[in-house]
Structures are given as structure tokens and as C-alpha cells.
Design a protein around this ligand. Sequence first.
Ligand SMILES: CC(C)(COP(=O)(O)OP(=O)(O)OC[C@H]1O[C@@H](n2cnc3c(N)ncnc32)[C@H](O)[C@@H]1OP(=O)(O)O)[C@@H](O)C(=O)NCCC(=O)NCCS
Length: 327
Amino acid sequence: MRREPESTQAFTKIYSALRCSYRWHRGRLSRIVFGQALVRNAVVPNPSSKPEILIRDLESIADLQLALDLEKLTWEADDRDVTPLAFAIAARAAGAMWIGAFDKAQLVGFAFAIPSLEHGRTAFHSHMLGVRPSHRGMSIGYRLKLAQRQKALAIGIKEITWTFDPLRARNAHLNFCRLGVISNDYRVDFYGAHTSSPLHRNGTDRLWVTWHLADQRIESRLRGKDVRLENLDSLAHLEPLISFNGDGRPAMSDLLQALARQRIAIEIPGDMGRIETENEDLAREWRLVTRSAFTESLRAGFVVKEFVRSVRGQQGPGAYLLEKAES
Ligand SMILES: CC(C)(COP(=O)(O)OP(=O)(O)OC[C@H]1O[C@@H](n2cnc3c(N)ncnc32)[C@H](O)[C@@H]1OP(=O)(O)O)[C@@H](O)C(=O)NCCC(=O)NCCS
């Protein structure tokens, strides 16, 4: 059993209290903007020197072209891997959601979701969320997801799915911790083994996540409920199935023992992008070992419920928490 040192626990408590207060303020801001059905022309007043961001539908062909330009900038992909403008226009006309975030005239973020029919249910599948590098970490990605949710709920749709690379701690934090998605589906090389995007240099394995828009759990998460302490406590009582070794390499513990428990923890590095750039072999090792851990756990009936970042200090790894699904 691994316990965090007392100093870390104390730090975590103080940090959590500060975050609660910050979240409360931020939650109020979000409600002011999104709680009044103001997806269109909603100006988000930002404290300090942060720019004011306007969240609105992308309606014209010129708007859509801006989004595709930002897609190219975000994924740095060849033209053949960028969404064709004609498809963007057709998808929009057929009910897809194109939502943009503007800093004055500049498009700084966008979210694109197509109507979907999964397991016989009408839903949305969010295919892309991108934020300009200069504007990351300002909650623009979060606000775009809230706008998607509000638009979906307004037409009676209660579910949005999307995929993301489970080795990206930033996306994991945004998706699980802040938005409250869950996942019981891992797709190996979802977009193929290679694409022209450097973000896909380590393959394209994806967790397929579901956001149950109207669930109580989501409501309370969006109101700012902080579950970090609770999750850290659960992690403290678990030997991770995959742990981040002192040398930065993954170590796998006994799979059968892990599958016999009610909960499983899978750790990932805090900055996989850096590892992918600096050490391709190590990045591949992480991919293969986490692929095996996720596929085996999900096959055995576990569901990915949470992600906790920096579980051992600011530069430390993050950890997914999986729970055995109720049968
Ligand atoms: C993923 C992406 C859309 C997020 O946009 P964003 O506007 O920066 O997101 P937000 O600011 O709303 O949220 C990011 C959160 O991750 C946190 N974060 C940043 N780096 C992190 C890391 N290495 N580990 C954990 N969390 C991290 C931020 O602190 C923030 O959380 P907080 O506000 O609770 O502190 C943006 O990074 C992006 O465009 N990435 C490339 C494309 C991509 O991966 N798209 C998603 C899949 S389609």
C-alpha cells in the first residue's frame, strides 16, 4: 500500500481549498454566460489581463474556413488530413455543431460535433476541439464544451461522445476531472497507425468517452464539485496496475490481481508530448503498456471514471481511476 507523505497531503488540502474557491468564482462566471441560453454572442468577462472571449456559432463559409485554418495550425497536418471545406459546409447544413471562440476578430478555438446514432440513440459525436497555442489554459476548451452541451440539451440531446489520446494528461484532466465524462471503450489506432500530424506520431489509440449531459454527476461537476481529495484517497489504497517509475518508465504490476479488485489505477506521465519528442522508444513503451492495461481492464468490465493529475507533486504523473461496473 502506498501512502503519500504528510507534507504532500497537507499541500493537497491547501491546494484543494484554493481550487474550490477559484472554481466557485469560475462556476459563477460560466453560469452567467451559459445559464442564460446565450451561446450566441456571449462575451465572457475575464478577470486580470486575460482577453475577452466571444463564444458563438460559426455560420458563414468564411467562419468555417477560419476553423479549418485553426485545425491545420493545431494538428500541423498535411492538407490531405485537414477537413475539406465542402464537407464542413455540408455537415453544418445537416445539423453538425460548429462553435467558435473569438478574441476580437481572431478565432482562437473551435469545437466541431456531428450528429450521431450510437446504440440506437441520437447523440452528438464531437470530432474536434482545438485551441490556439497562445490561448491555451484559459478555459476556452472548457467553455466550448459547455456551449456544445447547452446547444445539445436545447434540442433534447442528452449525450455527447468524443475520443482523445489517453496519454495526454491535459486532455484527461479536462475531460474527466472538469467535465465528468466516463469511458468503457478503448480503440487501438483509431485513425490508423500514422497520420501526418505530429500529435499522432505515437499512433492514434483513443479512449472513446461519453458525456451524459443531464446526469446529476455532471451537474455537480460543472457547479465546481472537487473530487480530488476523494480520488487521492482511493489512489492511496491501490497498487497501480501501471505506475510511473522513478526513471520515468512504466512498470506493470500483476494483471490478474488488479482485475480481481473493485478499482484499478493506471498512471501516465504528466507531459507525454515532451517524451514523444525526446525519446520515441520510451513513448512507444508507454503506449503499448497502457494499451494493454486499458484493453484488459475494460474487457473485464471496468469503467474509466476519473483522472487525477500530478498525484506525486507538481511534476509527477497523473492517474486514471477505473471502477468495476455494476452488473
Ligand atoms: C485540449 C485543448 C483543446 C484544451 O484547450 P484549453 O483551452 O487549453 O483547455 P482549458 O484551459 O479549458 O483546460 C485545460 C486544463 O488542462 C490543464 N492542464 C494543462 N496542461 C496539463 C497537463 N500537462 N496535465 C494536466 N493538466 C493540464 C489546465 O491547467 C486546465 O485545467 P484547470 O483549468 O483545471 O487548471 C488544447 O490543448 C488543444 O487544442 N490541444 C491540441 C488538440 C487536442 O488535443 N484536441 C482535443 C482532442 S480532439
